[in-house]
Design a binder for this molecule. Structure first.
Ligand code: FES
Ligand SMILES: [Fe+2]
Length: 530
């Protein structure tokens, strides 16, 4: 975006001006003309509009998909089923059987590599063609019925790239040619740099209770990190929270935007920090260090239904040419089980969770022509909020074109649903679900060992004390003295060992309870985060 002070810069169909903030004298972007939708008949060049359906969307992390079963997924309000065929290729069909529209995601992946509808056992091959109809009278009749286009599942094209499953946003006769002409928004460093310089940490995914646009708005806002992520990734009381956020690339329909972010508080070793939005789904944050190392956050949001989005993300560490990790980030490079990285992700994510969920609904309830008219943004740290809302309003039809419209459910104040991690991740994750089973089994074993060890410690101690009392009595001591002597004596070593084992098992149960709890629910409150 060109930022010519005092003069509006024309950005495609949107008009953005830059001005000096009276408070800070920084460059602050302002949308002068940001309708929430492009009005019918407006003089808009076709090429300048972002066509949502003609894009690749990152719907899932391949490692986290269980290939033995079909999975439902909703992309921009369209219900899909994701399943892996006999050749090991993930497919996406409309989640409706052509027979009587039962959801195919409730079906089965069969050994012959077909998807079977659970209602009447029609089978579909990887191309969506009906391969079997058990209820027709003969093979000939089955051939005729399966030859009808009406028997075919509706296919959405897929591809795997950089560990993600991507789905093309529309089906139909032009989808093959359209999708072949456009690649998914990948992280180019992973293709361009030698493998020895790149360490990509495991992917994570999570279904979040706020819409795609609030996810993008949030992760393109550098100022919230100190505050929202207090004690995890920042300090809300940091004395200097001033950022400059200046454009490196103009806002365009296809190219999104890119900004340079500079903190006035010095960050040692950092040379540049940039945030790039690549439509429709990628926000790439790159911190480059003076020694040539870098940290990349690749943060994707996939629009599912109004009020929700699927986040898929990971960190990528770029080493120096000499193989050194980015300073201070060696901790992240340490080996960690993927399930543990997934389980602990909510500690960060839930710091945004509740207010973003509510903010979206509060904004929806305000009457104004645009988001930027509803917001008051005097500081340059909000410049990318302006840029993103400009892109959305001026270049992308005002928002995601969800099938079924953009109606939002009201604010949900239930901690059970807002902080739920089981249904929004664990139960859907082929890494975490079996890991949860192992943790639960380990907890049961630790509980048994702990109870048995503590019981053994008590038993051994009691038996030894009784023996000592009997020996003292036999030696002629008064009964009360014998009892006192027995009680005062040290328990045998074996009892001490058993007690130690019992206490270690109790500690293990406590730790396992914490991990199992994280995989079901993680509550967070800013009021309690001092
Ligand atoms: S509805 Fe799918 S086979 Fe009948
Ligand atoms: Fe997981």
């Amino acid at each position: 975006m060109s930022t010519i002070l005092g003069r509006p810069a024309r950005l495609g169909t949107g008009t953005v001006s830059a001005r000096r903030s009276p408070q800070t004298n920084a460059t602050v972007a302002t949308v002068v003309d940001a309708p929430t939708a492009v009005p019918a008949g407006a003089p808009v060049a076709e090429a300048e509009q972002f066509v949502w359906a003609q894009n690749w969307f990152p719907v899932a992390v391949v490692e986290c998909l269980d290939p033995s079963r079909p999975h439902p997924f909703t992309l921009m309000g369209k219900d899909l089923v994701l399943w892996r065929d006999g050749a090991g290729v993930w497919r996406a069909f409309e989640d409706a059987c052509p027979h009587r529209l039962a959801p195919l995601s409730e079906g089965r992946v069969e050994k012959d590599g077909t998807l079977l509808c659970a209602y009447h056992a029609w089978r579909f091959d990887s191309s969506g063609k009906c391969a079997s109809i058990p209820q027709v009278e003969s093979k000939e009749a089955e051939g005729r019925a399966c030859g009808s286009p009406r028997s075919c599942a509706r296919v959405y094209l897929t591809q795997e790239a950089q560990g993600l499953l991507w789905v093309w946003g529309e089906s139909g006769p032009t989808a093959a040619a359209d999708s072949a002409a456009k690649g998914p928004a990948l992280v180019p460093e992973l293709e361009e740099l030698p493998a020895s310089r790149v360490q990509a940490l495991p992917w994570f995914f999570r279904d979040l209770p706020y819409s795609y646009d609030y996810f993008v708005e949030n992760v393109t806002d550098p100022a919230h990190v100190n505050v929202s992520h207090h004690n995890v990734a920042g300090n809300r009381y940091a004395p200097d929270q001033y950022f400059t956020v200046d454009p490196l690339r103009e806002v365009t329909a296809a190219g999104g935007f890119k900004y340079q972010v500079k903190s006035r508080a010095p960050v040692s070793n950092v040379s540049t920090s940039s945030t790039e939005f690549l439509p429709p789904s990628l926000v790439k944050i790159k911190v480059e260090y003076k020694d040539g190392a870098a940290l990349i956050l690749s943060l994707y949001s996939c629009p599912t239904v109004p009020g929700h989005n699927r986040h898929v993300g990971r960190q990528i560490l770029i080493k120096t040419p000499e193989g050194k990790l980015p300073p201070g980030l060696a901790f992240f490079a340490m080996p960690m089980p993927t399930w543990l990285a997934h389980a602990t992700a909510s500690v960060f994510l839930h710091q945004d969770q509740v207010f973003l969920h509510q903010q979206e609904r509060i904004v929806a309830g305000r009457n104004a022509t645009s988001h930027t008219a509803k917001y008051f943004m005097p500081a340059p740290s909000d410049n990318m909020t302006v840029a993103f809302r400009t892109w959305l309003g001026q270049h992308a039809g005002g928002g995601v074109p969800y099938a079924g419209g953009r109606t939002l459910a009201p604010i949900d104040r239930s901690k059970e649903s807002l902080f739920d991690t089981y249904h929004t991740h664990t139960a859907q994750c082929a890494v975490c679900k079996p890991a949860l089973g192992r943790l639960q089994a380990a907890r049961s074993a630790a509980l048994v060992v702990g109870v048995a060890a503590l019981a053994a410690a008590l038993l051994v101690t009691g038996v030894a004390a009784a023996a000592k009392a009997a020996a003292a009595a036999a030696a002629g001591a008064a009964a009360s003295d014998a009892a006192l002597a027995a009680l005062a004596s040290l328990p045998p070593l074996s009892a001490g060992i058993a007690a130690a084992v019992g206490l270690a098992a109790a500690a293990a149960v406590r730790v396992l309870d914490g991990l199992i709890g994280l995989m079901h629910k993680y509550e967070f409150s800013h009021a309690d985060n001092h």
